[in-house]
Design a protein around this ligand. Structure first.
Ligand SMILES: Nc1nc2c(ncn2[C@@H]2O[C@H](COP(=O)(O)OP(=O)(O)OP(=O)(O)O)[C@@H](O)[C@H]2O)c(=O)[nH]1
Ligand SMILES: [Mg+2]
Length: 593
């Protein structure tokens, strides 16, 4: 039977029990009064705190006996009530005693309780646990004691301010009538509207008529008292339900397991993000170091190699240079990749997160790197030959002047129009021609002398000679140029033999030096920056690759967390719906009672 059914039955059943506890300080005479009403008269009494548990006394029973109800559910039937020793009672819920006496109606259950100020906490606990069952309260005070406000407030709280409290003054034979009258007057004045009735008794003298009169009155008002008590019980139930609802609503908004999983997931995500950032920052630092080292190495080696080409080789400098640059670049990119891979493996070994993500269950490898094809934005072959044709013209002109002045043509001496003998090379011819030309140019010293003659002697003859000299010279220059071209064509030197010779000389003494400088500048301003860009591009390829692998781990955790968040959201929505329902119940409860 639930509490509501029990309350309903009590209101409709005229023979239902009415529960009437006797409370008061120890030694007030509670047990003695109850004993005076029973046939057995066997409950323990003494001047010291005696009653240790709640004793229900049921009257009008066929025999005197008792049943002990323990907290742990055990039940013990006792035939001899006087064998129950208060000091031996432990962990008792209630002791129900049954008595044959009919001085009290069988439906009125008197309840003996431990004294209010008992130093034993279990006594008080036992009392407080029982009091919600009370329908009315007898508050016992002996004629020698005064009612204290604190004790009275305690009793009022136990009566929930609604249940009737009857004051019973005990041991009346120990005071005169007038003293008792004065005491009653004082109490009524001091505590107006507190007690439903005041009775004076002497259990010792069996003077308990006033108490029995109250029992009669209670019996007459039983329905009303029980209705009030039920209302009070409902209020208690209502308060406990409201408190229960408030506790649920205020406590937690969802399953703590999923909350914890969500918090753990979030913390793990934050820490993964941090781990990725840390590792990437270390890796980027290490790769930058390697990049710098490889770039420096490129600068050093490419200078060595190009310098070697321009300083020692001859032929097609451009082709050799491009080949050297690309060979070196590919080899250094491979070296860079190997070093980065080694460094990455080392860093990952020392990092829990990266070790799991990069090394365990997979072999760390790097993607194909950009090797890039270098071009050459300079022409090493023509470098230093800018003035070759001018120098050749100068040489030819001077040679002509000298030859004319010396009335002999060196080239004529050398070349008589016959074919070159087989096996002669341009350089052979050029080398052979050079002494003749040098010889001719050596005669140049006479040219100023001719000028001096022209200036100092003003006669027309000399002028005429001079004119003829220049005509001759001009003719000789034309002839020399023609010969130069003809020989050049035959020797495969389209520019002319003099230009070929000049080119050889300028290449050795001017162009090589110029090329070394140009190479140095080219490395500094073009090749190194281009190689650095290449390395930077490869650094990006590697760091993106590593970041992508690490991010997969982050993404996995993030998607797990998303699932948990979804579950949490669903649970939260369900929870909110339940709370709404509970709050509606609460409002209904508060409005209905
Ligand atoms: N003179 C006199 N003494 C009484 C009367 N009623 C009880 N006593 C004595 O008062 C003492 C205490 O009585 P109890 O009945 O044990 O008091 P109690 O209120 O049950 O005490 P606790 O169980 O300790 O709370 C005992 O020695 C009784 O003999 C009475 O009417 N007159
Ligand atoms: Mg007692």
């Amino acid at each position: 039977m639930n509490a509501l059914d029990y309350m309903k039955n009590r209101e409709s059943d005229n023979d239902c029990d009415i529960v009437l506890p006797l409370v008061g300080e120890f030694n007030a005479g509670k047990t003695t009064l109850i004993n005076s009403l029973t046939d057995a008269k066997q409950l323990e009494t003494a001047y010291t705190p005696t009653t240790s548990s709640v004793f229900e006394v049921h009257f009008g029973h066929s025999r005197c006996c008792a049943t002990i109800y323990y907290r742990d559910g055990r039940v013990q039937n006792v035939e001899q009530i006087d064998s129950i020793r208060n000091q031996e009672l432990k962990d008792i819920l209630v002791v129900a005693t049954y008595d044959t006496s009919t001085r009290i109606p069988s439906s009125a259950v008197l309840v003996d309780t431990p004294g209010l100020s008992s130093p034993n906490k279990q006594h008080e606990e036992s009392l407080l646990n029982f009091m919600p069952n009370a329908d009315a309260i007898f508050y016992l005070v002996d004629v020698h004691s005064q009612i204290t406000t604190s004790a009275l407030n305690f009793v009022k709280r136990m009566a929930y301010n609604t249940k009737p409290i009857y004051l019973i003054i005990t041991k009346k034979e120990e005071k005169s009538l007038s003293e008792i009258g004065a005491m009653k007057n004082h109490i009524q004045k001091e505590f107006p509207n507190t007690f439903k009735r005041i009775a004076t008794v002497s259990a010792k003298k069996d003077d308990i008529s006033e108490f029995l009169a109250i029992i009669d009155e209670i019996q007459q008002n039983k329905k009303q008292i029980i209705a009030t008590s039920n209302k009070n019980r409902c209020e208690i139930i209502k308060q406990s339900i409201v408190k229960y609802i408030d506790d649920i609503v205020c406590h937690t908004d969802s399953d703590t397991t999923i909350n914890r999983r969500m918090q753990e997931g979030q913390a793990e995500l934050v820490s993964t993000n941090k781990s990725i950032k840390n590792f990437m920052s270390n890796v980027e630092f290490d790769i930058q170091e390697i990049s710098r080292e490889i770039t420096r190495k490129f600068e050093d080696l490419i200078f060595e190699r190009l310098d070697y080409i321009v300083a020692t080789k001859s032929g097609d400098y451009n082709l050799d240079a491009i080949s050297a640059i690309n060979t070196l670049s590919i080899s250094l990119i491979n070296e860079y990749k190997a070093k980065v891979l080694k460094s990455l493996r080392g860093s990952a070994q020392n990092d829990d997160f990266a070790r799991n993500a990069l090394l365990i269950s997979r072999e760390l490898d790097l993607p194909e790197l950009d090797v890039h094809k270098f071009g050459l934005n300079m022409d090493l072959n023509s470098m230093g030959h800018d003035y070759d044709s001018k120098i050749a013209t100068g040489v030819k002109f001077l040679a002509t002047v000298a030859v004319v002045a010396a009335t002999g043509i060196a080239v004529d001496d050398y070349y008589d129009g016959s074919e070159l003998t087989s096996g002669e090379t341009l350089s052979d011819v050029a080398s052979s021609a050079v002494p003749s030309i040098s010889e001719a140019t050596g005669s140049l010293a006479s040219v100023p002398k001719v000028g001096n003659v022209l200036i100092s002697n003003q006669n027309a003859q000399i002028i005429g000679q001079a004119t003829q000299f220049f005509d001759n010279a001009s003719a000789q220059y034309e002839r020399l140029n023609q010969l130069n071209q003809e020989i050049g064509c035959k020797l495969g030197e389209e520019r002319g033999i003099v230009e070929g010779i000049v080119s050889l000389l300028t290449d050795r003494y001017i162009a090589k030096a110029q090329r070394r400088n140009a190479v140095r500048n080219y490395i500094e301003n073009a090749l190194s920056p281009e190689f650095k860009i290449l390395i930077d591009r490869n650094t990006s390829i590697i760091t993106n690759h590593i970041h992508t692998i690490l991010s997969k781990s982050y993404e996995e955790k993030n998607s797990n967390l998303k699932v948990i968040r979804e579950q949490h959201k669903t649970q939260h929505e369900e929870w909110v719906a339940k709370v709404d329902k509970l709050n509606r119940y609460k409002q209904l409860l508060l409005a209905s009672l």
